[in-house]
Write a protein that binds this ligand. Sequence first.
Ligand code: SF4
Length: 699
Amino acid sequence: MSERDVRTFCRVCEPACGLVATVREGELVKLAPDRAHPVTRGFACNKGLAGVEIHKDPDRLNFPVRRGEAGRGERVTWDAAVEQIGAQLRAIRESHGPNAAAMYIGNPTAFNTLAGPAMGAFGAQLGSKRTFSSGTQDCANKFAGSEAVFGSSTMHPIPDLQHTDFLLVFGANPRVSHGSFISIADPMKSLKDARKRGAKLYFVNPRETESAEPGETILIRPDTDLYLMAALLHELDRTDSLDREALATRGSHVAELLAFAARYPAERAARVTGVPADTVRRLARELAAARGASVHMSTGVNMGRQGTLAYWLLHMLSFATGNLDRRGGNILSVGFYPAARAAGRREFAQSFADTEYGRLRKGTLPGNLLADAILAKENPVRALVVVAGNPLLSIGGESRMREALGKLDLLVCIDLYKNATGEYAHWLLPSTDMFERADVNITGLGLQHEPWLQWSDAVVAPRGERREEWWIFARLSQALGFKSPLDSGPAPDVWGRIAHMLKSRGHSLDAVRASGEPLVFEPLTPGKFFAEQLQTADGKVDCCPPEFADALARAERIFAELEREGLGKLKLITRRDAYMHNSWYANVPAMKRGDRDRNRLYIHPDDARERELAEGAKARVANAHGAVELEVTHDGGLMRGVVALTHGWGNRGSTGMSFAARTPGVNANALLPSGLDSFEPLSSQAFMTGIPVEVEALA
Ligand code: SF4
């Protein structure tokens, strides 16, 4: 019997933990943490290790499928599939123009080095202005915020966890999510180590999360973090704890920043955040006293109504206190390529365009407009190519999305599975999983705590006729008569971009490939940010970009609205858990054992009692956008007035995912808004947290 171990790395989330794959008789049979990995050091979580279950899942797509008579799937060859899809796309474009075709790009493509450029090239060839992406569901605000303040959307200084004395984290749960916009394996170990060193750690969340143990939780009303950040800045200003020299010499629009913060003194902010003024003062005192203080925020804040402003103030908490680019503060990771410097400056003011939906940030359109674009009376989207995405379970407004998907003349889904969205597809094209393709861990570039780069060959050959996304798009380009990498032959060099990036740092991709060893780069080092990396035209941090004017006025309107509403209104937040990653693990029995076979509504015991909801009782959760019915679980760690639900569920009727269909749970996004006014104007980021709901017991 032939058996071998192959070093590879995980491509589920940002740490890209090193894995050792056991291959027996050509089949992937086991995954284990790579204990010899110089950076991830033997850490891997249950989600990454369950990748083997996804690889082996008998429900996976193995060959192209066309929806035939009576909706039945018919197996077709790749040649027939690309030829017929190409003909259909061509006909739609010719009859209705390029914008009649659209693409939706899902989150896993961010962990697939070759997929992104291939989709970008194909989208440009299609000539459509309608590309949607899951980025507007969880992080678009961060790109907008950094561009506005630093002149580059790729600059995200991360906490120097190894040296910090004080860490303030908003809206994150690293124990279950393992970090976003900070790539660090085993983040909990780093947090505990920091605690052991004496660092003070604070987690600002509407619930006491699984990550809170090494620190203290500051409970906050959902979608109000902006006002706590403003109150902190104001308190630091009021107590003369800001780094005036840094502000004077390295900042612009400082007075405007301080004027905004001054609108929200601690007592006033407390009226909507629920965070007592004394707590704000204590946090400000400790932050100011730390030798190195760091800050971070994640999806719990991104997904609110003012994610870009919140990220702006997060940067300001770091910069205005002299902690940006300081040991123990926030430092920009460079890694194997200085992406921000290489890409150069991008003027935030130039990043908006007038569209049929009003003035929007350039790039991908808000996912929350996808259904509108399909259902539009004039110039609707008629053809949609979905890549590694599941908009039906990812975007707000489930019923409207179902209606829209059913209207398409052509829906092509490129995926591992026929997922919930794929139920509506005319074509299903099977893609490879992470063990069936070569890759490098590009996602962490600029975000890694200890920067490293690893090459992984495909661990096993693709099963059936699964193909890599770059190849699928190259074939579609040919079918449409566009230029294609495959024009030069069946095995083009698709790694030129990465080789070039590495060469600029004096390394060779061939050597990295041949060595099989991760290449480790310079650790987080302060001292270069202002001189070498900052991209603004005047070389200063923009402390209050003029383009924020409308958003600042809107912040005050939202504050007034929250004040009127009071602290009693029930608000829905997303609860991440250790067994689901967006909708990835819906069809993996090992992740849904016992009572994990459904998602539940978490509710504070006192809120439950008021509604006569005993543990396990059935409830109806409803608002203007939709309703779901599910069991409740009491969670004393929640703030009063907050309910929580895990997203990624809702596979009732997903015939292509048999186990998921038997354990469907409910689609949290049925309760979320969609369409115009359901996303942040500065970034197109969807509103997905702090959503008002009513909860009542079902008889
Ligand atoms: S933390 Fe993320 S990258 Fe690491 S094993 Fe888990 S899922 Fe994979």
